[in-house]
Design a protein around this ligand. Structure first.
Ligand code: NZQ
Ligand code: ZN
Length: 392
């Protein structure tokens, strides 16, 4: 196991009916900006529930809606303007990963000088926001289990005009608290539920499928999360209203990307980085880009990942028969079949793309300096091309 520091200050408030806890979690005299997405928070009544919970103290409540899936830089800059205009001192994100990520970005960039062209915010995003020294405090009410954003300090922001979907991270934007009410996930369309399971599955894989460093806690924890996602992914498809299943999916997705399983182990975020370009160029849902790219990563890198692929085959899929090559291939096929069972794509063609999509993706990877990906930093553009060719 490698050396590591682990720090995670997020208070998780888990369970049905826990939105009422906002009364105790948000400072009494805060000027709160509630941020939310398109329409789901309003339609489902969650927004009203949140506002009711905040009443009764000296708080002033403001609202900013319209944060898109794959949150748009320009939309978020309007929220920054609103923060400045109203002296907001607390942000409360109500929604999925896009709303949470977008709100974290607002929390960071609202503390930059108030220049209306927002060029500093764009420069900060290109620099991963690492250098920003201050952020507004924020809390979250999560309505879709998927990204882990509720318990981490990162996010991803889209700039359509610049064809860029860029990750950022800064410990200042760990939420102070996140409310996880699994009942809130019952209104999700099946596609979003399955996207969430797929995203969480790939998060675990990208912290697990590298090479062994004898990190027993991280490995066995990752294998457990994968097995739970397989079991509960199938269960939620068969019986979407089962609350116990919803609870387990929600907590698993949080644990998949709160930093714990990634401590002290090598990581490989190749699938995510190629996936972001697919979203940016073709508007494909985040999770669906991942389930397309991951099989290509597994096949193309099966030599450098051999030991971990065999461990995955044995411990997650219980594959014990055949040669090493057979076991690895069977594990990859099982992974693809699991994604297919959930209605998730595993080929570019499943998303109506063909080989002509590959060159523009490679150009974008180059433009965004994603040319040394993987646990050995050896996945250059030629490797990314082979990964994509493996999933035409
Ligand atoms: O916009 P509204 O109307 O709210 O609808 C949303 C949206 O259309 C809807 N929705 C959310 N909760 C709902 C609901 N519909 C009905 N009932 C509910 N309870 O779901 C749609 C998708 O929402 P979105 O927030 O985009 O989904 P998700 O949570 O999958 O987030 C995806 C974003 O997170 C980023 C992705 O790149 C993508 O931009 N990621 C963030 C990460 C992080 N912060 O650590 C890591 C991930 O790898 C990921 O990259
Ligand atoms: Zn993801």
């Amino acid at each position: 196991m490698n050396n590591f520091q682990y720090y995670n200050p997020v208070r998780i408030v888990f369970g049905e009916g826990q939105i009422k806890e906002l009364a105790n979690l948000v400072p009494d005299n805060a000027r709160v900006l509630i941020t939310y997405g398109g329409s789901s928070a309003k339609k489902t009544g969650t927004l009203d529930e949140v506002k009711t919970a905040l009443q009764g103290k000296q708080r002033e409540i403001f609202e900013f809606g319209g944060i898109e899936p794959n949150p748009e830089f320009n939309t978020l800059m309007k929220a920054v303007d609103m923060v400045h205009a109203n002296n907001i001192d607390f942000l409360l994100a109500v929604g999925g990963g896009s709303v949470l990520d977008g709100t974290k970005f607002v929390a960071l960039t609202a503390t930059l000088d108030d220049d209306k062209d927002h060029e500093k915010a764009w420069e900060a995003l290109k620099g991963y926001t690492r250098d920003i020294q201050n952020a507004l405090p924020l809390g979250t009410v999560l309505t879709i289990p998927a990204t882990g954003s509720e318990m981490n300090s990162g996010g991803v922001i889209n700039h359509s005009e610049r064809h860029a979907k860029l990750p950022f991270g800064n410990p200042l934007v760990f939420p102070q608290f996140s409310i996880l009410d699994p009942a809130k996930t019952l209104t999700l369309p099946e596609r979003q539920v399955m996207n969430g399971v797929g995203d969480a599955f790939v998060h675990v894989m990208e912290q697990y499928l590298t090479y062994p460093v004898n990190a027993k806690v991280q490995d066995s924890f990752s294998e457990s999360l994968l097995k739970i996602l397989i079991e509960e992914g199938r269960a939620v498809k068969a019986n979407p209203n089962d609350m116990e299943t919803r609870k387990n999916i929600m907590w698993t997705a949080t644990m998949a990307l709160n930093g714990l399983i990634g401590t002290g182990v090598p990581q490989d975020w190749t699938t995510h980085m190629i996936g972001h370009e697919l979203t940016s160029l073709h508007g494909i849902d985040h999770a669906r880009t991942l389930t397309i790219v991951l099989p290509g990563v597994m096949r193309e890198l099966k030599d450098s990942k051999k030991d971990k692929l065999l461990q995955y085959a044995k411990n997650v899929w219980h594959i014990t028969e055949g040669s090493d090559a057979d076991k690895i291939e069977q594990a990859i096929v099982n992974t693809e079949n699991f994604f297919r069972e959930l209605g998730l794509p595993v080929r570019l063609s499943d998303a109506d793309l063909d080989a002509s999509a590959i060159a523009p993706i490679l150009s974008q990877l180059e433009e965004h300096n994603m040319v040394k990906l993987g646990e050995h930093r050896s996945n250059d553009l030629a490797v990314s091309e082979r990964i994509l060719r493996a999933v035409i």
